[in-house]
Design a binder for this molecule. Structure first.
Ligand code: F6R
Length: 593
């Protein structure tokens, strides 16, 4: 949700090409507009609405003088996605430029006051108050650092900000509160960015600034201070991700690359076993678990409920992070609240985590090391999926499921589950060897306007997740239902030719879901079935089937059966000539509530 970058280079190297390269890597955070500002004898700005490649063709963003600058990709919150609302935003004089990720909640009051003092605003953004406030405080005699400190004392809301001023050359200042910001310490080149993939090409040495710390980038190095001006000793962490991991590596889109990396994501996450064993040992007195998450991570949590309740006998609730604050009265010190988030920066999830930390033990299951959830939760399990750039979560979902399965297996001391889990990468690899039938299905179903996904038990969250993937990247209306719920209402929607995806692994509920399949079929639905390759009945009753190794049991099916549904969504998006990596109106990291 907006991405920011700042970089300062030594030796008079041009910063604009580096800024352009870095900001391209953050395009998954927003693609409503892009802009870069650099400093030479003046502040140079190029910006416009649209995706980076389009704007770059028009403006040649890398062709700007100056060895330092800031850049931004926007996911619009306040103001249409147009040129005026693109960042960087500037003050009255054009000497101060700012990029911002977050929301300034009190911007209207500040704007009115500044206007009454003669400030002229040129955009509808909340961000524009920041350069004007800095200008005001510098006019009162403060230096840039103090003007920034005063500004963050005036604004309310969430922010990661980077600022440059012509009056204080060779310096980028940055700060954050409730929006992510990292500092990259390279050789003769220093960075701030919303997320590490932006700068992996240049450095893997990262510092994580805390709330309202002031980061100062200069050609000689990085200084981080508290608001009182004390210089802080911050640890430099070396991130394990490599630049190659954040590249397409020959694939057309990140999403299909990431779908194909899922066996590895599971394998790598299995290495967290020792860490999870220690956490489970430590948590021997809990008597209830609450999962809290959004979107795909919420679907992973639902699988966790089925698993932990049935195997470990611990009661489990699953709560949407944005609804969590309405369910906190029953939390206590024996409740473990588990926060699942690939980004570790989702605003709703972080708000809920802060609430839960007051009463209960908290555990984060997170893909991005160093992210806010990892720093605020009592315990952390890292999903080892590597950087995920496609906006639609795929391999991180598999990483989350793997972590949840290990947690459930260890809580329940269920060795059989752990052994089954070890075979999952092999099942995924086998499935990915031949997915032509899914590609062909996509050509047949690309023009449908409505899709329904049904499943029972472990397959119900798969149906929900399959529907979410389809709607977010193809813009086709899709709903997931518990198979048994169909007859309680949704069956009225089934008509001739409506596609119904039936998730039907082998298992004790097979017969019941098969009856639901018959029910939709007898009302004219076109049935796409996902089932075991030896399931002759399923194959004969469906219009299209994608089959999977029969050794994949019901209990581990969520880790495998979701893959054909991710692929169906992907290939339908391709057939509809849509970019699956950048679905409209969405962004990878949702840092606003
Ligand atoms: C869907 C998707 C979103 C995220 C949700 C939570 O493909 O990616 O639904 O799952 O925004 O994000 P995280 O997991 O980063 O908290």
């Amino acid at each position: 949700m907006c991405g920011i970058v700042g970089c300062i280079l030594k030796n008079n190297e041009k910063a604009a090409p580096v800024l352009l390269d870095c900001i391209k890597k953050l395009e998954y955070r927003g693609y409503d507009s892009v802009g870069i500002a650099t400093v030479s004898d003046k502040i140079n700005i190029k910006k416009d609405a649209g995706q980076i490649n389009k704007v770059n063709l028009e403006l040649d963003l890398a062709d700007m003088p100056g060895n330092y600058g800031i850049a931004h990709v926007r996911w619009a919150t306040h103001g249409d996605p147009n040129k005026a609302n693109s960042h960087p935003q500037v003050d009255n004089t054009g000497k101060i430029a700012v990029v911002h990720n977050g929301i300034i909640e009190n911007y209207e009051v500040i704007k009115k006051e500044l206007e009454s003092q003669g400030h002229v605003f040129k955009s509808d953004t909340d961000t524009e108050v920041i350069p004007h406030l800095i200008e005001k405080y510098m006019d009162q005699g403060m230096d840039l650092e103090h003007a920034l400190i005063e500004t963050i004392g005036t604004i309310h809301g969430a922010y990661a900000i980077a600022v440059i001023s012509l009056d204080e050359p060779n310096k980028i200042l940055a700060t954050r509160k409730d929006s992510p910001l990292i500092v990259g310490v390279g050789e003769d080149q220093y960075f701030v960015a919303s997320d590490s993939p932006a700068i992996l090409e240049y450095t893997r040495n990262i510092i994580y600034p805390e709330r309202d710390e002031i980061v100062i980038l200069e050609p000689e190095g990085v200084t981080i201070k508290d608001k009182q001006g004390n210089i802080l000793e911050k640890e430099i962490e070396v991130i394990e991700w490599t630049p190659k991991m954040a590249q397409k590596e020959g694939y057309d889109y990140f999403m299909i690359k990431e779908i194909n990396e899922q066996a590895t994501a599971v394998k790598n996450t299995l290495t967290e076993k020792e860490n999870i064993e220690k956490i489970v040992e430590d948590l021997d007195d809990i008597n209830r678990i609450c999962f809290v998450a959004c979107g795909t991570s919420y679907h992973a949590s639902l699988t966790g409920k089925y698993l932990i309740e049935s195997l470990a006998g611990i009661p489990v609730d699953v709560i949407l992070a944005s609804e969590f604050k309405y369910s906190t009265n029953t939390l206590n010190e024996k409740t473990l609240v588990i926060f699942i988030s690939q980004s570790g920066e989702t605003a709703d999830t972080l708000k809920a985590l802060d609430i839960a930390n007051k009463t209960s033990k908290t555990l984060g299951i997170v893909n991005v090391a160093g992210s806010s959830v990892t720093r605020r939760a009592n315990y952390v399990i890292h999903t080892q999926a590597g950087p995920e750039i496609g906006v639609a979560a795929t391999k991180t979902y598999l990483g989350q499921l793997t972590a949840i399965y290990m947690l459930a297996g260890l809580l329940a001391k269920n060795n059989t589950l752990m052994e089954e889990l070890d075979r999952v990468p092999e099942f995924i690899e086998e499935l990915l060897l031949d997915t032509n039938s899914i590609k062909e299905m996509a050509t047949r179903y690309k023009d449908n306007n409505d899709f329904y996904f049904i499943g029972r038990g472990y397959s119900y969250p798969i149906a929900l997740e399959g529907a979410l993937k389809l709607k977010e990247i193809t813009y086709i209306h899709a709903e997931g239902y518990a198979a048994g719920e169909l007859k309680h209402g949704p069956l009225a929607l089934i008509d001739i030719g409506v596609p119904v995806v039936v998730v039907l692994p082998p298992g004790e509920d097979h017969r019941k879901t098969m009856s639901n399949l018959e029910e939709v079929k007898s009302r004219g639905a076109r049935v796409i079935a996902i089932g075991a390759s030896d399931d002759a009945m399923l194959i004969s009753k469906s219009d299209d089937a994608f089959t999977i190794n029969p050794d994949v049991t019901d209990i581990i099916s969520p880790l495998v059966y979701i893959i054909p549904l991710q692929m169906l969504a992907y290939y339908i998006a391709i057939e509809r000539e849509l970019d699956p990596d950048k679905p409209k109106n969405l962004a990878k990291c949702v840092t606003v509530e």
